[in-house]
Design a protein around this ligand. Structure first.
Ligand code: G3H
Ligand code: 13P
Ligand code: ZN
Length: 336
């Protein structure tokens, strides 16, 4: 058993309380490899932002859980090396789907876990979430639960339609489970194809597709029931048009990729939404960076020469999210 505290990591408790009070959200960026981690840590350290490093079950399978854990430990030291003497970094399991997986992550030094029972019948979701909370809280590890189902692929389960969170259930769920934060469904979804073109309208000024608005009435309903309780938004990539265009220009084929408009995320970040999950945008930025080098320098075969620019592109994206969308810049408790 390794405590996250020995690794210099923190849980989400104080971070979320401060974010709700301050009207901003903490970025939760997924990582699977060194370049993503370097870009995330550099962006967070240089903007003095708290940050959540998210590891999915797929990331654990891809990169090896032990290696990821030591990478997160290295992230704390790297942030200090970059001049951020008091980094606030959370290592979080994204979409944990069993008690055993959550326990294994907690035992390995994670400071926060998500148990995603959103596809289960309500009572089973409650029972599973409660079981994880009881284990996690013994070690001061925070737990995110989920109510409502996002459309798209979640936990390898494909849902055709959203099932919005029912505000009338949230108090019962939070009280019975003791979870520290709640992921809700208000119209976001995972991946780069969040809306079908026929759901969107064309912006006459830009000619671009504008998706239907998020269900802020559902969020308001949840906040009414649970004033000041930490709320999480999954599926919050914006799918930047310039990254999609770059990918397509340099030989890719992404058709009708549509994300969540930044204005909606800015609005959410000012509310009780204190954690915003972003993965797909990082994938797009990395792919665009690599494709550009491959297209412009076909003779290049040193991985540093294409992963380096891809990393720079991701860093730029992460900084943009922190500074211009989530508002978490300069929010570390100690800025020196
Ligand atoms: O919510 C899903 C995250 O984007 C993680 O995706 O399971 O492919 O690693 P993944
Ligand atoms: P995106 O696919 O919109 O980046 O969402 C990521 C996410 O919710 C991870 O849990
Ligand atoms: Zn998610």
């Amino acid at each position: 058993m390794i405590s996250y505290k020995e690794l210099g990591l923190v849980n989400t408790k104080d971070m979320f309380a401060k974010a709700i009070k301050g009207g901003y959200a903490i970025p939760a960026f997924n990582f699977n490899n060194m370049e993503q981690l370097q870009a995330i840590v550099k962006a967070a350290a240089e903007t003095k932002s708290p940050v959540i490093l998210q590891v999915s079950k797929g990331a654990r399978n891809y990169a090896n859980q032990t290696l990821l854990r030591y990478m997160a430990e290295g992230a704390v030291e790297y942030a200090k090396e970059l001049g951020c003497n008091h980094p606030e970094i959370v290592l979080h399991l994204d979409h944990g789907d069993s008690f055993e997986l959550c326990k294994s992550c907690i035992d390995m030094g994670f400071s926060s876990v998500m148990i995603d029972g959103s596809h289960l019948p309500y009572d089973e979701n409650v029972a599973l979430t409660k079981q994880v909370v009881e284990y996690a809280h013994q070690f001061d590890v925070t737990v995110e639960g989920e109510l409502g189902v996002l459309a798209g692929v979640e936990d390898e389960v494909v849902a055709e339609h959203h099932t919005y969170t029912r505000p009338e259930e949230v108090v019962d769920f939070v009280t019975k489970t003791g979870c520290d934060s709640l992921a809700i469904s208000i119209g976001t979804s995972h991946g780069a194809y969040k809306f079908k073109p026929e759901q969107c309208h064309v912006d006459p000024q830009t000619g671009r597709l504008v998706p239907p608005p998020l269900a802020f009435d559902v969020l308001d309903g949840v906040m009414n029931e649970l004033p000041g309780f930490p709320i999480v938004l999954h599926g919050s990539s914006s799918v930047p048009q310039e990254e999609v265009d770059a990918i397509n220009k340099f030989g890719g084929k992404l058709e009708a990729a549509i994300g969540i408009p930044e204005e909606e995320l800015r609005k959410a970040a000012k509310s009780s939404v204190c954690k915003i999950n972003i993965d797909s945008d990082s994938r797009l930025a990395m792919t665009a960076g690599i494709r550009k080098v491959f297209a412009e320098k076909p003779a290049e075969f040193d991985p540093r020469k294409y992963l380096g620019p891809a990393r720079d592109n991701m860093e730029k994206l992460y900084k943009h999210k922190i500074v211009s969308v989530l508002g978490s810049e300069n929010k570390l408790a100690q800025l020196d």
